[in-house]
Design a protein around this ligand. Sequence first.
Ligand SMILES: *[C@@H]1O[C@H](CO)[C@@H](O)[C@H](O)[C@H]1NC(C)=O
Ligand SMILES: *[C@@H]1O[C@H](CO)[C@@H](O)[C@H](O)[C@H]1NC(C)=O
Length: 424
Amino acid sequence: MSIWSGDSLRTCFSFVVLAFFLTFVFVTGVLQEIKKNGAFNQKIDFPDFGHYNGNFIKNIPNSVLPIDDRGKRIIAIGDIHGMNGSLTDLLDEIHYDSKRDSLIHVGDLETRATIHDSIDVLSFMSSNRILGVRGNNDQKVIEWRAWMNWILSHPGGQEWLSVMDTRWPHLDGDKRLQRAELESWVETSKYASWKKMVPTGWYPLGKHYRVARAMSPGLFEYLSSLPLVLHSPTGHMVFVHAGLLSSHPKLQASDPRQPLSHWPTVDDQHDIAKLRNQQELAVLTEIPENKDPWTVTNIKNVMDKGIVSPSPRKGTPWSQLWNDTMSKCSGNSGTNGGKAYQPTSLPCYPFTVVYGHAAGRGLDIKRWSIGLDTGCSYGRRLSAVVLDSSTYQFGNSIHARASQSQEIDFGDNGQARVVSVSCA
Ligand SMILES: *[C@@H]1O[C@H](CO)[C@@H](O)[C@H](O)[C@H]1NC(C)=O
Ligand SMILES: *[C@@H]1O[C@H](CO)[C@@H](O)[C@H](O)[C@H]1NC(C)=O
């Protein structure tokens, strides 16, 4: 009997049909899966453009920021936004001397003035190795530059970026209409395939892009070396761009999970310096919001439910909450172990935050927080605080236009002077 009998032919045919059917199901399934994962749209696996490098908090040793050295001054300066001329005015006004003074900026060095001015401010900071923290604008510049370096690592990337520079020298990618013009050009040009290399919500040729493009590798390195928070344990001071929380916003002040509801454990509970340092670090590292890069560079308010907000319209300014908490810190004068402390009095020592970002609020001086963004880029003022003004001498020659200054209490028992110049 031939093996190709009617029966076996039928069996064979059924197998073939079944095989086809299964293959069809499998292939469609896989295709759908691929489509869903965007492999057909070539979904890009973007590298990390954030460049935080684990650089969240930097400690400023006393040798760098000599709090107790009466011969030295510490000067913190507010949001400069590329206002190079105003920076020069302010430094003149306070008789800044790089040998004697330690300068610290609170971020947002660039992008509201011209590209050249922004680059000059960055160059000044970088070449003098000025300490400072990252602002939300600095972060955008860092991200664009990291993106550019990544594009340049692809064959043809350099050509694409250069063609955009040459073809659109004045286009502002931050403006919706101009951005649309750029997009439709990319889509119809021979560079259409590069469009997918731009992350969603990113638009080339805006101000941050232009500064990122104009920076030397050294300036990029300087900007990426800036931490989010600078902590001076000897000065009991913290520098941050937008803000920090003094407590978990969703827990009671007396909750044991609050860093300031109890003394930390250190080898020697009488070592006040150590206790304070540990407690300050606990606030910076144990409150989740304080470890979130977006929060510390954008926060303005805290809403009723404990949610942080970048808008000043609803809720309470974080600086108000900070000052409220710090004003309850009663040092170690209370009874031992923190048990006897009432919610109106916490077992902690207060410490000070110096920050910028809130231009809408202007100069915002509270006992335990110093807000320095006075809207220079909006034609208002550029401000600095000179810490420990016992050594602060006003020259008789005041060069800057409409300079103003005021004395404030600062830290445990120091004095400081806030100085500002007009940016108009
Ligand atoms: C920025 O300021 C410095 C110092 O005053 C000055 O030398 C430089 O020319 C300024 N840059 C621009 C673009 O005006
Ligand atoms: C900040 O706290 C101090 C007490 O440490 C208090 O006297 C002051 O009124 C507070 N300031 C504001 C603006 O709440």
